[in-house]
Design a protein around this ligand. Structure first.
Ligand code: LHQ
Length: 258
Protein backbone atom coordinates (compact mmCIF):
# COMPACT_ATOMS: atom_id res chain seq x y z
CA UNK A 1 0.00 0.00 0.00
CA UNK A 2 1.49 3.32 -1.08
CA UNK A 3 1.65 5.86 1.78
CA UNK A 4 0.88 8.63 -0.73
CA UNK A 5 -1.54 8.01 -3.57
CA UNK A 6 -1.50 10.25 -6.62
CA UNK A 7 -3.99 10.20 -9.47
CA UNK A 8 -4.97 12.74 -12.09
CA UNK A 9 -8.59 13.72 -12.62
CA UNK A 10 -8.89 16.12 -15.52
CA UNK A 11 -6.15 18.70 -14.96
CA UNK A 12 -6.10 18.15 -11.16
CA UNK A 13 -3.53 15.93 -9.42
CA UNK A 14 -5.19 14.37 -6.39
CA UNK A 15 -2.67 13.55 -3.67
CA UNK A 16 -3.96 11.42 -0.79
CA UNK A 17 -2.19 10.85 2.53
CA UNK A 18 -2.69 7.12 2.95
CA UNK A 19 -1.82 5.59 6.32
CA UNK A 20 -5.39 5.68 7.65
CA UNK A 21 -4.78 3.19 10.49
CA UNK A 22 -2.13 5.59 11.85
CA UNK A 23 -4.31 8.67 11.26
CA UNK A 24 -2.04 9.48 8.30
CA UNK A 25 0.76 10.40 10.67
CA UNK A 26 4.11 10.87 8.94
CA UNK A 27 7.05 8.53 9.18
CA UNK A 28 10.22 9.21 7.19
CA UNK A 29 9.12 7.14 4.21
CA UNK A 30 5.81 8.96 3.95
CA UNK A 31 7.37 12.44 4.24
CA UNK A 32 9.88 11.66 1.47
CA UNK A 33 7.13 10.06 -0.60
CA UNK A 34 4.98 13.21 -0.31
CA UNK A 35 7.93 15.32 -1.51
CA UNK A 36 8.33 13.01 -4.52
CA UNK A 37 4.61 13.07 -5.36
CA UNK A 38 4.55 16.89 -5.12
CA UNK A 39 7.53 17.01 -7.49
CA UNK A 40 5.76 14.65 -9.91
CA UNK A 41 2.65 16.85 -9.92
CA UNK A 42 4.74 20.02 -10.29
CA UNK A 43 6.54 18.60 -13.35
CA UNK A 44 3.48 17.10 -15.05
CA UNK A 45 2.41 19.68 -17.64
CA UNK A 46 -1.11 18.21 -17.77
CA UNK A 47 -1.55 19.12 -14.09
CA UNK A 48 -2.80 22.66 -13.43
CA UNK A 49 -3.92 22.30 -9.81
CA UNK A 50 -2.94 20.04 -6.90
CA UNK A 51 -5.56 18.79 -4.42
CA UNK A 52 -4.30 17.25 -1.16
CA UNK A 53 -6.54 15.27 1.20
CA UNK A 54 -6.40 12.34 3.62
CA UNK A 55 -7.74 8.78 3.39
CA UNK A 56 -9.97 7.64 6.25
CA UNK A 57 -11.02 9.52 9.37
CA UNK A 58 -8.06 11.88 9.74
CA UNK A 59 -6.28 14.36 7.51
CA UNK A 60 -3.00 13.80 9.37
CA UNK A 61 -1.95 13.50 13.01
CA UNK A 62 1.49 14.95 12.23
CA UNK A 63 4.67 13.10 13.14
CA UNK A 64 4.26 9.36 13.75
CA UNK A 65 5.24 9.43 17.40
CA UNK A 66 5.84 5.68 17.50
CA UNK A 67 8.59 6.07 14.88
CA UNK A 68 10.55 8.27 17.29
CA UNK A 69 10.74 5.48 19.87
CA UNK A 70 12.29 2.69 17.84
CA UNK A 71 15.95 1.83 17.23
CA UNK A 72 15.60 3.10 13.66
CA UNK A 73 14.21 6.43 14.78
CA UNK A 74 15.30 9.23 12.45
CA UNK A 75 17.75 11.67 14.08
CA UNK A 76 15.77 14.46 15.71
CA UNK A 77 17.86 17.17 14.02
CA UNK A 78 17.06 15.76 10.57
CA UNK A 79 13.30 15.54 10.97
CA UNK A 80 12.49 19.13 10.13
CA UNK A 81 15.32 19.62 7.63
CA UNK A 82 14.59 16.45 5.64
CA UNK A 83 10.91 15.67 6.29
CA UNK A 84 8.69 18.69 6.90
CA UNK A 85 10.56 21.78 5.72
CA UNK A 86 10.93 20.40 2.18
CA UNK A 87 7.19 19.60 2.10
CA UNK A 88 5.96 23.06 3.13
CA UNK A 89 8.61 24.77 0.98
CA UNK A 90 7.34 22.87 -2.04
CA UNK A 91 3.71 23.75 -1.25
CA UNK A 92 4.58 27.47 -1.19
CA UNK A 93 6.89 27.37 -4.21
CA UNK A 94 5.21 25.05 -6.71
CA UNK A 95 3.95 27.27 -9.52
CA UNK A 96 0.45 25.81 -9.48
CA UNK A 97 -2.45 26.41 -7.08
CA UNK A 98 -2.66 23.91 -4.22
CA UNK A 99 -5.93 23.14 -2.45
CA UNK A 100 -5.85 21.34 0.88
CA UNK A 101 -9.10 19.53 1.63
CA UNK A 102 -8.99 18.72 5.34
CA UNK A 103 -11.26 15.71 5.74
CA UNK A 104 -10.70 15.06 9.47
CA UNK A 105 -8.39 15.95 12.32
CA UNK A 106 -5.19 17.79 11.34
CA UNK A 107 -2.70 17.84 14.21
CA UNK A 108 0.90 18.96 14.67
CA UNK A 109 2.83 19.02 11.41
CA UNK A 110 -0.35 17.71 9.75
CA UNK A 111 -2.15 20.96 10.63
CA UNK A 112 0.66 23.22 9.50
CA UNK A 113 1.19 21.39 6.21
CA UNK A 114 -2.53 21.92 5.51
CA UNK A 115 -2.50 25.59 6.54
CA UNK A 116 0.27 26.57 4.13
CA UNK A 117 -1.75 25.60 1.04
CA UNK A 118 -3.15 28.30 -1.25
CA UNK A 119 -6.74 27.42 -0.39
CA UNK A 120 -7.62 25.40 2.71
CA UNK A 121 -11.13 23.98 3.12
CA UNK A 122 -12.46 21.49 5.64
CA UNK A 123 -15.31 19.11 6.33
CA UNK A 124 -17.52 20.21 9.24
CA UNK A 125 -16.26 17.24 11.30
CA UNK A 126 -12.61 18.21 10.77
CA UNK A 127 -10.51 19.99 13.37
CA UNK A 128 -7.11 21.61 13.79
CA UNK A 129 -4.76 21.02 16.73
CA UNK A 130 -1.38 22.64 17.35
CA UNK A 131 -0.56 19.51 19.34
CA UNK A 132 3.13 20.29 19.81
CA UNK A 133 2.87 22.00 23.20
CA UNK A 134 1.23 18.91 24.68
CA UNK A 135 4.43 16.92 24.14
CA UNK A 136 6.92 19.69 24.91
CA UNK A 137 7.74 20.71 21.34
CA UNK A 138 7.31 23.95 19.45
CA UNK A 139 5.02 24.38 16.44
CA UNK A 140 6.93 23.62 13.23
CA UNK A 141 6.35 23.08 9.51
CA UNK A 142 6.04 26.84 9.15
CA UNK A 143 3.26 27.11 11.73
CA UNK A 144 4.84 29.96 13.69
CA UNK A 145 5.09 31.89 10.40
CA UNK A 146 1.73 30.98 8.89
CA UNK A 147 -0.76 30.89 11.76
CA UNK A 148 -0.20 34.41 13.22
CA UNK A 149 -0.49 35.80 9.70
CA UNK A 150 -3.77 33.96 9.16
CA UNK A 151 -5.55 34.65 12.45
CA UNK A 152 -3.48 37.30 14.24
CA UNK A 153 -0.75 37.04 16.84
CA UNK A 154 -2.89 36.70 19.98
CA UNK A 155 -5.15 33.91 18.78
CA UNK A 156 -2.20 32.05 17.25
CA UNK A 157 -0.23 32.40 20.47
CA UNK A 158 -3.10 31.05 22.59
CA UNK A 159 -3.94 28.19 20.23
CA UNK A 160 -0.30 27.15 20.00
CA UNK A 161 0.37 27.31 23.72
CA UNK A 162 -2.86 25.66 24.85
CA UNK A 163 -2.88 23.06 22.08
CA UNK A 164 -6.68 23.24 21.95
CA UNK A 165 -8.71 21.48 19.31
CA UNK A 166 -10.27 24.07 16.97
CA UNK A 167 -13.27 22.78 15.07
CA UNK A 168 -13.66 23.55 11.36
CA UNK A 169 -16.51 26.02 11.86
CA UNK A 170 -14.46 28.09 14.33
CA UNK A 171 -11.40 27.77 12.09
CA UNK A 172 -13.39 29.30 9.24
CA UNK A 173 -14.76 32.08 11.48
CA UNK A 174 -11.29 33.13 12.60
CA UNK A 175 -9.85 33.08 9.06
CA UNK A 176 -7.66 30.02 9.57
CA UNK A 177 -9.31 28.33 6.58
CA UNK A 178 -11.32 29.52 3.57
CA UNK A 179 -14.53 27.48 3.89
CA UNK A 180 -16.16 24.62 5.69
CA UNK A 181 -18.50 22.21 3.91
CA UNK A 182 -21.00 19.72 5.27
CA UNK A 183 -19.58 16.20 5.47
CA UNK A 184 -22.01 15.08 2.76
CA UNK A 185 -20.93 17.76 0.27
CA UNK A 186 -17.28 18.05 1.33
CA UNK A 187 -15.66 15.90 -1.36
CA UNK A 188 -17.74 17.33 -4.17
CA UNK A 189 -17.47 20.98 -3.13
CA UNK A 190 -13.79 20.89 -2.26
CA UNK A 191 -12.89 19.15 -5.50
CA UNK A 192 -15.01 21.66 -7.45
CA UNK A 193 -12.66 24.42 -6.20
CA UNK A 194 -9.64 22.50 -7.48
CA UNK A 195 -11.37 21.77 -10.76
CA UNK A 196 -12.23 25.45 -11.26
CA UNK A 197 -8.63 26.47 -10.56
CA UNK A 198 -7.37 23.86 -13.02
CA UNK A 199 -9.27 25.58 -15.85
CA UNK A 200 -8.04 29.08 -14.97
CA UNK A 201 -4.94 30.91 -16.26
CA UNK A 202 -2.33 28.75 -14.49
CA UNK A 203 0.61 31.08 -14.98
CA UNK A 204 -1.37 34.07 -13.76
CA UNK A 205 -2.26 32.10 -10.63
CA UNK A 206 1.41 31.14 -10.17
CA UNK A 207 2.40 34.82 -10.39
CA UNK A 208 -0.34 35.66 -7.87
CA UNK A 209 1.13 33.05 -5.53
CA UNK A 210 4.63 34.50 -5.99
CA UNK A 211 3.31 38.01 -5.24
CA UNK A 212 1.52 36.81 -2.10
CA UNK A 213 4.64 34.96 -0.93
CA UNK A 214 6.72 38.10 -1.46
CA UNK A 215 4.16 40.28 0.36
CA UNK A 216 4.91 38.42 3.60
CA UNK A 217 8.31 40.11 3.76
CA UNK A 218 8.14 43.20 1.56
CA UNK A 219 7.38 46.80 2.42
CA UNK A 220 4.69 48.52 0.34
CA UNK A 221 6.96 50.15 -2.23
CA UNK A 222 8.98 46.97 -2.80
CA UNK A 223 5.74 45.05 -3.19
CA UNK A 224 4.46 47.52 -5.80
CA UNK A 225 7.64 46.83 -7.79
CA UNK A 226 7.05 43.11 -7.43
CA UNK A 227 3.49 43.49 -8.75
CA UNK A 228 4.83 45.52 -11.65
CA UNK A 229 7.36 42.82 -12.54
CA UNK A 230 4.86 39.96 -12.23
CA UNK A 231 2.05 41.82 -14.00
CA UNK A 232 4.32 42.25 -17.03
CA UNK A 233 4.95 38.50 -17.03
CA UNK A 234 1.22 37.76 -16.68
CA UNK A 235 0.40 40.15 -19.53
CA UNK A 236 2.82 38.23 -21.77
CA UNK A 237 0.91 34.94 -21.39
CA UNK A 238 -1.34 33.41 -24.03
CA UNK A 239 -4.07 33.03 -21.41
CA UNK A 240 -4.15 36.80 -20.83
CA UNK A 241 -4.58 37.40 -24.57
CA UNK A 242 -7.37 34.81 -24.60
CA UNK A 243 -9.04 36.31 -21.52
CA UNK A 244 -9.29 39.77 -23.08
CA UNK A 245 -10.28 38.44 -26.52
CA UNK A 246 -13.06 36.29 -25.03
CA UNK A 247 -14.36 39.26 -23.04
CA UNK A 248 -14.55 41.46 -26.15
CA UNK A 249 -16.18 38.65 -28.15
CA UNK A 250 -18.65 38.01 -25.28
CA UNK A 251 -17.77 34.32 -24.98
CA UNK A 252 -16.36 32.04 -22.30
CA UNK A 253 -12.55 32.02 -22.42
CA UNK A 254 -10.65 28.80 -23.01
CA UNK A 255 -7.47 28.94 -20.95
CA UNK A 256 -4.64 26.55 -21.66
CA UNK A 257 -2.33 27.31 -18.75
CA UNK A 258 0.23 29.00 -21.00
C1 LHQ B 1 -0.96 8.10 15.99
C2 LHQ B 1 -0.71 9.48 16.00
C3 LHQ B 1 0.62 9.93 15.88
C4 LHQ B 1 1.28 7.71 15.79
C5 LHQ B 1 -2.81 9.18 16.21
N1 LHQ B 1 1.57 9.01 15.78
N2 LHQ B 1 0.04 7.21 15.89
C6 LHQ B 1 8.51 17.58 14.51
C7 LHQ B 1 9.82 17.52 15.10
C8 LHQ B 1 10.29 16.34 15.66
C9 LHQ B 1 9.63 15.37 16.21
C10 LHQ B 1 8.25 15.30 16.40
O1 LHQ B 1 7.36 15.78 15.49
C11 LHQ B 1 7.40 16.87 14.77
C12 LHQ B 1 6.16 17.29 14.15
C13 LHQ B 1 4.87 16.94 14.86
O2 LHQ B 1 3.90 16.70 14.16
S1 LHQ B 1 4.78 16.90 16.56
C14 LHQ B 1 3.07 16.53 16.89
C15 LHQ B 1 2.77 15.05 16.70
N3 LHQ B 1 1.36 14.77 16.79
C16 LHQ B 1 0.69 14.70 17.92
O3 LHQ B 1 1.19 14.94 19.00
C17 LHQ B 1 -0.75 14.28 17.82
C18 LHQ B 1 -0.97 12.95 18.52
N4 LHQ B 1 -2.32 12.45 18.32
C19 LHQ B 1 -3.38 12.92 18.98
O4 LHQ B 1 -3.30 13.84 19.77
C20 LHQ B 1 -4.69 12.26 18.71
O5 LHQ B 1 -4.44 10.97 18.21
C21 LHQ B 1 -5.56 13.03 17.71
C22 LHQ B 1 -6.05 14.32 18.38
C23 LHQ B 1 -4.83 13.37 16.42
C24 LHQ B 1 -6.81 12.19 17.34
O6 LHQ B 1 -7.47 11.78 18.53
P1 LHQ B 1 -8.60 10.66 18.49
O7 LHQ B 1 -9.61 11.00 17.45
O8 LHQ B 1 -9.07 10.45 19.88
O9 LHQ B 1 -7.86 9.33 17.92
P2 LHQ B 1 -6.80 8.40 18.69
O10 LHQ B 1 -5.95 9.18 19.60
O11 LHQ B 1 -7.53 7.22 19.24
O12 LHQ B 1 -5.88 7.92 17.45
C25 LHQ B 1 -6.35 6.95 16.49
C26 LHQ B 1 -5.21 6.04 16.15
O13 LHQ B 1 -4.19 6.78 15.45
C27 LHQ B 1 -4.55 5.44 17.38
O14 LHQ B 1 -4.09 4.17 17.04
P3 LHQ B 1 -4.76 2.84 17.69
O15 LHQ B 1 -3.94 1.71 17.13
O16 LHQ B 1 -4.66 3.00 19.17
O17 LHQ B 1 -6.19 2.88 17.20
C28 LHQ B 1 -3.38 6.37 17.61
O18 LHQ B 1 -2.33 5.79 18.32
C29 LHQ B 1 -2.97 6.69 16.18
N5 LHQ B 1 -2.28 7.97 16.11
N6 LHQ B 1 -1.89 10.13 16.15
N7 LHQ B 1 0.93 11.25 15.82
Amino acid sequence: MDSIIIENKGAVAIIKLNRPEKFNSFNREMALNLQQKLDDAAKDIKVRCIYITGVGKAFSAGQDLAELQGENAPAMELILAEHYNPVVTRIRQIEKPIVCAVNGVAAGAGANIALCADIVVAAESASFIQAFSKIGLIPDSGGTFTLPRLIGFQKASAIMMLGERINAVDAEKMGMIYKVFTNEKFEEESFAIANTLSQMPTRGLAFTKQALNASLQNDFITQLKKEDELQSKAAATTDYAEGVKAFIEKRIPIFKGQ
